[in-house]
Design a binder for this molecule. Structure first.
Ligand code: KG4
Ligand code: ZN
Length: 360
């Protein structure tokens, strides 16, 4: 008989207010996500103060909807899980306060969950158990990191980004190309009509066998490709010095044609995917991984999913990728991971703190 312990999870670390109920760490009974994308789109990124306020407005409704959709009553719930790090501090606090209130009112254990670890667990939702040790690549808007995982709760950081996160690079390049926010899905879509070999953008691998990442160089390379290198001789008739909004009729960013924009998007995406694939391969070899795990918002990227599927086949080990709905921020991964903490007796008290940064 599988364990049917039900956990209610809450996630509010960035710009999604989410609540989910998960049984036995895997069966998702309900998963409700209220996205704030429309509120932040006109600013081209998440505005922390707006995010916290929107969480406050949404949280009660989201929790009510998740409980109703799961068809359970509080008496069936074994624990309340919550993302308490890392993330925007104001956003984290809203979810944390809601979780503490429920845990106190229902007299249930409280389980604090690290958001990046939860992304590494998302691939186990609605799926068989993962074979460990696993090499996990987590790439989202705020994080890009490689972990050695020995269980859902035992993760060792192998490498992380020294500047931008992969998703952040997608968002910034999309802004340069005038593709809107969030940029990842837009680049993914438009890259399908582009030539990935059109521009040879840099693959920053850092020194030796480094497992760290750097994405600021490629972002700048795209900027210079589109707008010209500051102070340099004009390279292209249409490019230098144009702002993304100054394109003529039928032209996109920097006066580029739709095909040129697609080619740049495809070439940028190919470079980022190459780096992620190479680093994950290094990590897998280093730890003798039995499984590859992918997680985080960028795990929704079709080119990355294809490249890692190919890598896994070459390494002859399985690749575990979350369903698309569990790539982006959600609370099912929070509740799912908390099941394992609860089983190990790792519960928190009501003075659990929110932390904006990741503890290494
Ligand atoms: O995990 P997530 O929802 O939030 C954080 O924890 O940061 O990830 C959001 C990020 C954004 O940067 C977004 O552009 C990126 O994931 N993203 C994608 C795709 N879908 C979302 N990046 C590339 N391709 C996609 N299809
Ligand atoms: Zn996330």
């Amino acid at each position: 008989m599988p364990d049917r312990t039900i956990i209610l999870g809450i996630e509010s670390s960035c710009d999604e207010t989410a609540c989910a109920l998960v049984a036995g760490g895997r069966a998702v009974l309900s998963s409700v996500v209220a996205s704030q994308i429309d509120l932040h789109a006109r600013f081209g990124g998440v505005v922390p103060e707006i995010a916290s306020r929107a969480h406050i407005e949404a949280i009660n409704t989201v929790i009510e909807q998740a409980i109703a959709a799961a068809g359970v009553s509080p008496g069936h719930i074994a624990a309340v899980a919550v993302t308490h790090e890392p993330g925007l501090i104001g956003s984290l606090l809203v979810g944390l306060m809601a979780a503490k209130t429920l845990a106190w009112a229902w007299d249930k254990p409280l389980v604090g969950v690290n958001h990046v670890y939860a992304h590494a667990y998302a691939a186990a939702l609605e799926a068989p158990a993962i074979d460990y040790p696993a090499a996990a690549l987590i790439c989202s808007g705020g994080h890009t990191a490689l972990y050695r995982c020995d269980s859902p709760t035992r993760l060792e950081l192998l490498g992380t980004t020294i500047d931008d996160a992969a998703g952040e690079a997608f968002d910034k390049v999309a802004a340069i190309l005038n593709l809107g926010y969030p940029g990842g899905p837009a680049i993914d879509r438009i890259a399908r009509t582009g030539n990935a070999k059109a521009v040879d953008f840099p693959r920053t691998l850092l020194r030796g066998q480094s497992l760290d990442f750097s994405f600021s160089g490629i972002k700048t390379a795209v900027l210079y490709h589109v707008n010209g290198v500051p102070g340099a001789v004009r390279r292209r008739a249409t490019g230098k010095g144009r702002t993304p909004s100054s394109g003529g009729a039928g032209k996109g960013a920097g006066g580029l044609s739709p095909q040129e924009v697609a080619d740049i998007a495809a070439s940028f995406q190919a470079a980022v995917v190459d780096v992620l694939r190479i680093k994950l391969r290094r990590a897998a070899r280093l730890i003798g991984a039995k499984t590859l795990i992918l997680g985080g918002g960028v795990a929704a990227n079709s080119a990355l999913r294809a490249a890692l599927t190919d890598l896994a086949a070459r390494l002859r080990i399985p690749l575990r990728m979350p369903e698309l709905r569990f790539c982006l921020d959600n609370a099912a991964m929070t509740a799912g991971l908390a099941f394992h903490y609860l089983r190990e007796g790792k519960v928190d008290t009501l003075d659990l703190e929110a932390n904006a940064t990741v503890r290494r």
